[in-house]
Design a binder for this molecule. Structure first.
Ligand SMILES: NC(=O)c1ccc[n+]([C@@H]2O[C@H](COP(=O)([O-])OP(=O)(O)OC[C@H]3O[C@@H](n4cnc5c(N)ncnc54)[C@H](OP(=O)(O)O)[C@@H]3O)[C@@H](O)[C@H]2O)c1
Length: 306
């Protein structure tokens, strides 16, 4: 399949690698230094657990022209980066698009594309359960579950056959969810307090692991966040996460303590700009729900304090 990965950061690079391994015709859209690296060295990935480095040849473009058509486009970037790309997608001739990454505002992005696209778009939203970070001119990637959860907002993804063919020979699992919007909205609830707490600890994971008060505050903040979602009528997904937080907060705290002591915790990359953007969405939900979240609010690092 002729595929484009739009966004050549950590997870986009890993996805491009998976697609090449699966025998697809893969193009990567990258900009600046990253585009130069990809053209010069190929797609170099250090696989963290497998302790191996792979180099794949991919086509590299820096601009998506309106007439360039792909069977499938994956846009893999931070939540705050999506808005700049939506007009480019709207102008482009391709129909089948998956927006991959944190995204509590899937409906408004779909609305934008529905209203502004030159031809009908079939949009799905996804989240890749992998991780990693950049290191000089390569990406260090953690395969994680080696899978993507995805779904459409209005029923079935109309191009499931294309997705199936694309991943047929790839070692990668696609999990299609009935309510991807609920999944994506729920996902920001643990992510925002955890990332703010990490920034607050100066990215020192061991320091955070020792700070019982902050770890317990994260657990309570998650509970507050889920209450806001529930008040607005969203289905919290997965339900088991909320159950654990409410029934066994001390165990969740212990899990966080252990997790932050693991070397792998440092490899999961967070971005303050994305977390601030996600928190802005949460603040709107909070106001709409008229539910307070004092522990959540105390963890927030304000932009000016960076
Ligand atoms: N990395 C992880 O450990 C991890 C784990 C779980 C979930 N996630 C989530 O997965 C999503 C993607 O994360 P990531 O780590 O892959 O992000 P990333 O490394 O920042 O990659 C995003 C890429 O998109 C590019 N980009 C942004 N705007 C663009 C534009 N207008 N035109 C062209 N390229 C553009 C960026 O280019 P520049 O480099 O030029 O800025 C960057 O290469 C995020 O929602 C993140 O929170 C990440």
């Amino acid at each position: 399949m002729k595929t484009l990965v739009y966004g050549a950061g950590v997870l986009g690079s890993y996805l491009a690698h998976v697609l090449v391994q699966g025998g697809n015709d893969v193009t990567v859209l990258a900009r600046g230094v990253r585009a130069e690296e990809l053209e010069r060295d190929g797609l170099v990935i250090r696989h963290y657990f497998q302790r191996k480095t792979t180099t794949d040849k991919v086509k590299v473009i820096s601009t998506l022209l309106p007439e360039e058509s792909y069977d499938l486009i994956f846009v893999v970037m931070k939540f705050n980066d999506f808005p700049a790309v939506l007009p480019v997608l709207a102008e482009n001739a391709s129909s089948n698009i998956v927006l991959v990454g944190n995204n509590p505002e899937a409906h408004s992005m779909q609305k934008y594309l529905d209203e502004h696209s030159r031809r009908k778009k079939n949009i799905a939203f996804g989240f890749q359960l992998s991780g990693g970070r950049r290191e000089k001119d390569r990406m260090i990637c953690i395969r994680g579950g080696g899978q993507m959860v995805l779904g459409a907002l209005d029923g079935q993804i109309p191009y499931q056959d294309i997705l199936q063919k694309t991943f047929e020979h790839a070692k990668y699992k696609l999990t299609i969810l009935e309510d991807i919007d609920a999944w994506l909205k729920s996902h920001i609830i643990p992510i925002v307090p955890l990332n703010f707490a990490t920034v607050g600890a100066g990215d020192d994971f061991k320091k955070l692991a020792k700070n019982k008060q902050t770890l317990m505050q994260i657990v309570v903040a998650m509970d507050e966040g889920f209450r806001v979602l529930e008040t607005l009528g969203y289905t919290v997904t997965p339900a088991s996460l909320v159950k654990w937080i409410r029934k066994y907060p001390r165990l969740v705290h212990l899990f966080l303590k252990l997790y932050h002591r693991l070397p792998v915790a440092k490899m999961i990359d967070g971005s303050v700009h994305e977390v601030v953007a996600l928190n802005d969405v949460f603040n709107r939900w909070k106001q709409q729900a008229q539910v307070s979240a004092p522990n959540w609010d105390r963890l927030v690092i304000h932009k000016d304090a960076e």
